[in-house]
Design a protein around this ligand. Structure first.
Ligand SMILES: Nc1ncnc2c1ncn2[C@@H]1O[C@H](COP(=O)(O)OP(=O)(O)OP(=O)(O)O)[C@@H](O)[C@H]1O
Ligand SMILES: [Mg+2]
Length: 346
């Protein structure tokens, strides 16, 4: 277990002048599950590879357990990294795959098998030792890759989209498994994903990345409720936060907080004419898609009405909807930065 920290980290690739990581300061807590979330190309893998020592930083420092490790090779960093493609050796058995890193470190056979047995018990894959990777399901392969990482008893796990090859159902159960497994062993973990549902479910905290920078870091509920800018506001949440120009700035509110005016109280509420184009019924909720009447077609908004709200709504009609003042967030119309104080986790 160790704290991982990066200070003023930059990684530029000469080819094409790409600023893949462009000034990142992040520190995990001990035993924390930190999720790096961001769209494709925002620098997640590059940041992870730089922490692992697979990339040399252009500037800045990487610290593990309080020590600067910039000069240390990957092997000496006590880090285990699991990639999106598990890269198991196809011709080796599961057991041979798991003990491979130990063999490379010249650890004796009895000790190798003891460690493999321990990791296999934790992950429930002991019965698969004699199989080849192609005889395993996607989820089983993932567990073998994890076991292979685990036998080295790393002080830090770096996981780069390890579930992305799994179908939705397997993914959900693998996600559960991974989280409870991490809670049992308590190893500091940095987990990369571009899937916000996964991030919300797994992370003790989420660092939201965009264009090589961390835009916000906080508990899932903090970045969801209190986004620091319009990027974070619209990247998290499905459907995302609504943004509407008003009085020279942008106001933001979540679809679940946009409701028929008769059920929204308070002097500080805002009301708006919601022209509903379309309705969707999703697991008991009604999702309403439309525009703010008078603001043009480009200001699209979405409301999510729970089953408990029975107000009849039909498409192609305009209704007065409202948002309670407590749920309003304010953003600079140009920069997208929050203008009201971020309440938590900022
Ligand atoms: N070896 C390289 N040489 C040049 N540019 C690179 C290299 N590796 C990555 N990049 C660029 O750096 C940026 C960040 O890439 P990175 O792989 O870190 O993104 P990512 O957030 O992991 O994306 P994804 O979600 O698609 O995996 C991208 O613009 C990418 O094209
Ligand atoms: Mg990546």
């Amino acid at each position: 277990m160790a704290i991982v920290e990066v200070r003023k980290l930059r990684k530029y690739f000469d080819a094409g002048g790409v600023h893949a990581v462009d000034g990142v300061d992040v520190a995990t807590e001990e035993g924390e599950y930190l999720v790096l979330l961001g769209p494709s190309g925002c620098g997640k893998t590059t940041l992870l590879r730089t922490i692992a020592g697979l990339e040399v930083p252009t500037e800045g420092e990487v610290l593990i357990g309080g020590h600067v490790v910039n000069g240390l090779p990957p092997r000496a960093r006590r880090i285990a990294m699991v990639f999106q493609s598990y890269a198991l050796y196809p011709h080796k058995s599961v057991l041979a795959n798991i003990v491979f890193p130990l063999k490379a470190e010249r650890i004796g056979k009895a000790e190798r098998e003891r460690k493999a047995g321990w990791a296999a018990d934790l992950l429930g894959i002991g019965h698969l030792f004699d199989r080849k990777p192609r005889q395993l399901s996607g989820g089983e392969r993932q567990r073998v890759a994890l076991a292979r990482a685990l036998v080295r008893e790393p002080s830090v796990f770096l996981l780069d989209e390890p579930l992305s090859n799994l179908d939705a159902k397997l993914r959900a159960s693998a996600r559960d498994e991974l989280k409870s497994f991490q809670q049992r062993i308590g190893t500091t973990t940095i987990y990369v994903t571009h899937d916000q549902v996964e991030a919300m479910g797994l992370g003790d905290r989420i660092a939201v990345m965009y264009e090589g920078r961390v835009r916000q870091i906080g508990k899932p509920v903090e970045v969801y409720d209190d986004p620091a800018d319009t990027f974070v506001a619209t990247f998290l949440g499905s459907p995302p936060m609504n943004l509407v120009p008003r009085d020279g700035r942008l106001i933001g509110f979540r679809p679940e907080h946009l409701l028929p005016e008769e059920i929204v109280s308070g002097d500080d509420r805002i009301t708006l004419p919601f022209h509903v184009h379309r309705l969707e019924h999703l697991s008991g909720d009604r999702h309403l898609y439309g525009v703010v009447k008078g603001l043009g077609e480009e200001t699209r908004i979405i409301a999510r009405l729970p089953a408990t709200v029975s107000v009849p709504i039909t498409p192609d009609q305009t209704y007065t909807f409202a948002v309670h003042g407590y749920h309003l967030r304010f953003f600079d119309a140009k920069s997208g930065e929050r203008t009201d104080p971020v309440r938590v986790g900022g």
